[in-house]
Design a protein. Structure first.
Lengths: 334, 98
């Protein structure tokens, strides 16, 4: 009879806790749970997560993680600006502090974390774009230093205390400007992105970022570009283009391991997902439904996509991304 | 690829699991209409797991059309300033199921 020991040269280990890190194909017996287990390969894909309490569209940015996500502001199904914040724990959304101004805000670019977040610009007064910057501490939003140049739907990357904001639209001008935030105030950078555009996604840190997708046509032609630029803390350089054009997209990660999903291309919302490994982009399974101007965050291993859409009625759904990984599986017989 | 359609309410977490999506693609449309590959045992079983009701393509299209028409009517009632991209909301477009 063929035995595990005969194949592998050693017996199945009996352990009280599952091993870490896992080796694909590894088999063991967990004597605490009385179960044979296997380190198997999970393919990447999307699942549904908890629904938002408030359907909302016109969200922007990338903030937090799949188990500590956040959405703030947006438009409600009556197409009215809202101040409501919701926080996600990987299972359900709960209410957070109200974001300013009192009349509500949308397309404000979020960056940072659930307990140290930043909201940059947005549309709140009827005028396109402003300089408003707000900090979130997990409970309350407070105003902080203002952008030097009023615009909206630019990309942002970094943390609450070290962020860059680049591009954006200050109608009728599309911007290539970049500003640095130090936790208190913004400073205009001498560097600029290579292609002026807006509705792009910023990913990474203040000194190692990506600017993915966007729309470069200030006349409002509704198409997304596949342009990617890379920031090294000193200058932007043109990067490898994405497999498809996207504006109003979500995603997250780092400069060398990023994921982007959803968005809009040629006037149509899309569900496509792409990942970046620092060298090339790959097509991944699409989301269960399209989302554009969505709430998002996370990385290539786990991410979330919440709410979204440009048109009423807006979405209240959340989708959760799990990347390809080696994971513990229990061996059953049946 | 051939598809089947069903109507099922997305209750959130657990409605589509990672295990589900690793085996087949579920695509959602307005009106809680979901599209699955027709020739997948797992996908057909998923419809039962989520208490879905199978619909013909024509029935599913009719449900989607009602939702899109309602959204278009709501859009038509918006002030003009809110209708034009990039500042405004685009008019919801018709969706044709495959």
């Amino acid at each position: 009879m063929t035995t595990y020991k005969g194949i592998n040269g050693f017996a199945v280990q009996s352990v009280a806790t599952d091993p870490s890190p896992l080796d694909e194909g590894q088999v063991w017996y967990n004597n605490a749970t009385y179960a044979f287990k296997l380190a198997g390969y999970n393919v990447a894909g999307w699942a549904t997560g908890g629904n938002l309490s408030n359907s909302r569209g016109w969200l922007a940015g990338s903030i937090g993680t799949q188990t500590a996500g956040i959405v703030a502001g947006g438009l409600n199904p009556s197409d009215i600006k809202i101040t409501n914040t919701e926080e996600y724990d990987g299972t359900a959304w709960t209410s957070g502090g109200s974001i300013g101004p009192p009349g509500g805000i949308y397309v404000n670019t979020l960056v940072g974390t659930q307990t140290a977040g930043l909201s940059i610009s947005g549309e709140s007064t009827g005028a396109p774009g402003n300089t408003l910057t707000q900090k979130y501490d997990g409970s309350s939003w407070t105003n902080t230093g203002s952008l030097n140049t009023a615009r909206q739907v630019g990309g942002a990357a970094g943390t609450q205390t070290a962020t860059i904001y680049f591009g954006g639209n200050s109608y009728p001008t599309t911007s290539n400007a970049m500003e640095n935030f130090n936790g208190t105030s913004w400073t205009t950078s001498p560097a600029t992105i290579g292609t002026s555009r807006y509705n792009m996604l910023g990913i990474g840190t203040q000194t190692a970022a990506l600017s993915a997708g966007g729309n470069k046509d200030n006349a409002g032609t509704p198409y997304g570009v596949n342009i990617v630029e890379s920031w090294n803390g000193t200058a932007w350089t043109t990067g490898t283009t994405m497999p498809g054009g996207k504006e109003r997209l979500g995603g997250g990660g780092t400069q060398t391991a990023a994921i982007v999903f959803g968005g809009r291309n040629a006037g149509t919302d899309v569900a496509t997902t792409f990942t970046w490994n620092g060298t090339s982009w790959s097509n991944q399974p699409s989301m269960p439904a399209t989302k554009a101007n969505l709430g998002s965050g996370g990385n290539t291993s786990s991410a979330y996509a919440a709410g979204g859409s440009l048109s009423i009625p807006y979405s209240n759904t959340t989708f959760e991304w799990t990347g390809a990984e080696v994971a513990t599986k229990t061996i059953t017989t049946s | 690829m051939a598809y089947k359609y069903c109507v099922a309410e997305n209750w959130g977490k657990g409605f589509i699991t990672h295990s589900d999506s690793s085996k087949y693609q579920v695509s959602g449309f307005p009106g809680n209409v979901w599209q699955i590959p027709a020739n997948s045992q797992d996908a057909n079983l998923w419809v039962y797991k989520v208490a879905g009701t199978f619909k013909t393509k024509a029935e599913a299209q009719a449900i989607v059309d009602v939702e899109v028409t309602a959204a278009q009517a709501a859009w038509d009632a918006l002030p003009d300033a809110q209708k034009q991209e990039p500042l405004g909301r685009p008019r919801p477009t018709a969706i044709v199921l495959e």
